[in-house]
Ligand binder design. Structure first.
Ligand SMILES: [Ca+2]
Ligand SMILES: [Ca+2]
Length: 191
């Protein structure tokens, strides 16, 4: 009478089962890929940060040898006659570094510097290259601050200079640099 017929379960999978399995698999793969993507970009940011911190410290160490001010012309806010910003000068002072740019955004563009004035184009470990450093820029700013209120920039030297070192990075395909790390420190006039 009725056209209904109980059928035994066919062997193999129905289309629905196959479709469901494929769907679940796809969701799993997508989740794994997203996780990997996030992990990779976090890794990249962490490695960029550690590179930038090192590049900032390089300049801080490089400036450690500089005098607070030029002994003959302490108010001269630039390189003194005949000086150039480099290892050739034994007499560099802090303000000689104001506005200095090393690396990618320098003119002409170069590699950022290590603590001994040498350009470094690769970050290496045990002879292996870990990362290219050529797209990084170190920028230096020197300001006079009030020794009694270190946040206040002043016009005349009251015995304290604030040095700001910024490390910028130009991403592949980008037209602009982005600031990765800023290092600030103070130097007081030796008495
Ligand atoms: Ca000077
Ligand atoms: Ca000088």
């Amino acid at each position: 009478m009725s056209g209904l017929r109980l059928m035994g379960r066919p062997s193999g999978f129905t289309m629905l089962e196959v479709a469901l399995s494929v769907g679940i698999l796809a969701i799993g793969i997508l989740a794994a890929m997203q996780f990997l993507g996030t992990a990779t970009s976090q890794n990249k940011a962490a490695s960029q940060m550690s590179i930038a911190m090192n590049l900032a410290i390089n300049i801080q160490e490089l400036m450690a040898a500089a005098d607070y001010a030029d002994p003959m012309q302490p108010d001269n806010w630039e390189l003194e006659g005949g000086e150039i910003l480099g290892p050739e000068n034994a007499t560099l002072d802090l303000d000689d570094f104001d506005g200095a740019v090393f690396g990618w955004a320098a003119t002409p563009p170069g590699a950022p510097l290590d603590a001994g004035w040498q350009p470094i184009s690769q970050q290496t470990s045990g002879g292996h290259s870990l990362a290219a450093l050529s797209r990084y820029t170190q920028r230096v700013r020197v300001e006079l601050v009030d020794p009694k209120d270190l946040k206040t920039v002043v016009k005349y030297d009251r015995g304290c200079r604030r040095i700001t070192i910024e490390v910028w990075h130009r991403a592949n395909g980008s037209e602009t640099d982005s600031l990765v790390h800023t290092l600030e420190f103070l130097r007081f006039r030796d008495r």
